[in-house]
Structures are given as C-alpha cells and as structure tokens.
Design a protein around this ligand. Structure first.
Ligand code: DX5
Ligand code: ZN
Length: 222
C-alpha cells in the first residue's frame, strides 16, 4: 500500500490560539503552514517570526507552503527554521533547480507547487531534484474553495512519470480536499493530502483526520 499522509492547514484554524489549534491535530502527519504575501496571491497570512514560533510548539512536523514572490530569496529562510518540508511555487522561482538543491542542503525536504493552470510537463526532467510535487487543486489564496476536477489528469500524468522513473518523490494535493474529493485525488495518484476547512471546520478534527485517512487508504488498496 502506498503512503497516505494528512496535513491539516492552519489557514482554517483560529489564528489567535495557534498553539491549542496545533494540539487539536496532533494525530496528523504534519501541519501545513500557508505563507501568503498579498502579491503572489491576493491574501496575506503570516511570515517567518510566526512560523518560528509554530515550529517551536508544534507536536507535528511543519510542511510550509510558500505562496510568495521571490521564492529564491525567502524559501531557504524557512528551511533554516527547521521545517520538515518547504514548498515554493514554480511560477515564483527564478532558478527552481538551484533553489531545490539549496533547500535539500539545508536539511529540509524540497517541494515545488504548480497552480491549477501550470503544466507539469516542462518540469518532468527536474523531478529528481524534488521530494514533493504539490499540485494545487484550487487557485491558491483562500481556504474553503471547491476542488477542481480539471486538475485530475495532471495528477495522473505526474504520477505516471514518477512511477516510470522510480523516483521517491510524493505528490501532494491542496485545496477542496474532503472525504469525497480525496478519493478521486488518491485514485489519480496523490499520496499527501492538505485539508483546511474539512479538518478545522469539523467538530472533532482528530476524527476528521482519521476519516480522510481511511477514505484515501481504501482507495489505495483497491
Ligand atoms: C489555499 C491554501 C490551502 C488551504 C486549503 O491557497 O494553499 O492550503 O488552506 O484549504 P481548504 O482545504 O479549505 O481548501
Ligand atoms: Zn497550502
């Protein structure tokens, strides 16, 4: 069976009580931290000082998703904080190969994200530089949007390319993940699932995490 990881996004958490909100997802595989700069995306969240504090108190590893311009300049700073993975957007990086190498040499897992309308094909030859490929399943910027089924063929093509090359990298999906959509994303080949509103919007986040994990694993064992 392939790995199945659930990464709740704190974008949907209560920002005034981040420490206790992190405690509610201690059964997750990692916490997804959305950094937005109101330029790459039309929304503003948090930056380095807050991520440092999250790293200090989180019961689970940090999966940092940078939706910011000038990724080449900023991504290594997030690696230095000790995040388990740092994901930059392909559209925001001037030198993605150099940046991925820099992240790995800083001891973090290197992730690269693609907006829904960005093709994966131009990046197939550099997959060996990455530990994670994030295929956005909504337009980045906001939580609570609906899953874009139009991204499923891209997930499938990326998964096929990875299988054909025997590379150890994983495919992450982010946006609109629920107990229903996770099944389609898993069937297409994703193995790491970000979920914001469907975890933090639930009465019991731990139960929501368990439910998502079950739905994805059932699909993987079929
Ligand atoms: C959106 C963010 C997501 C967001 C997902 O741009 O990257 O991580 O928190 O939220 P949901 O799961 O509510 O779509
Ligand atoms: Zn995200």
């Amino acid at each position: 069976m392939r790995t199945c990881c659930i990464h709740p996004s704190i974008l949907s958490a209560d920002f005034v009580n981040l420490q206790s909100e992190l405690g509610r997802i201690s059964t997750a595989d990692a916490v997804h931290v959305d950094v937005m700069d109101n330029s790459f995306v039309p929304n503003l969240t948090l930056g380095l000082p807050v991520v440092k504090r999250i790293q200090a108190v989180s019961p689970v590893p940090l999966d940092v998703h940078l939706m910011i311009d000038d990724a080449d300049r900023w991504a290594p700073e997030y690696a230095a904080v000790g995040a388990a993975s740092v994901t930059f957007h392909a559209e925001a990086a001037r030198a993605p190969i150099r940046l991925a190498r820099e992240l790995r040499s800083a001891g973090t897992r290197a992730g690269m994200a693609l907006r829904p309308a960005t093709a994966v094909e131009p990046y197939l030859d550099m997959l060996g530089e990455l530990d994670m490929l994030l295929i956005m399943t909504v337009e980045p910027g906001f939580g609570g949007q609906s899953f874009l089924d139009v991204t499923l063929p891209k997930i499938r093509r990326a998964a096929e390319a990875i299988r054909g090359s025997d590379l150890p990298l994983v495919i992450q999906v982010d946006g609109g993940i629920t107990k229903d959509t996770i099944v389609r994303a898993a069937e297409a080949g994703a193995t790491v699932f970000v979920a914001g509103s469907s975890v933090y919007g639930a009465e019991d986040p731990a139960e929501a995490i368990a439910g998502l994990r079950r739905a994805a694993s059932d699909q993987h064992t079929r």
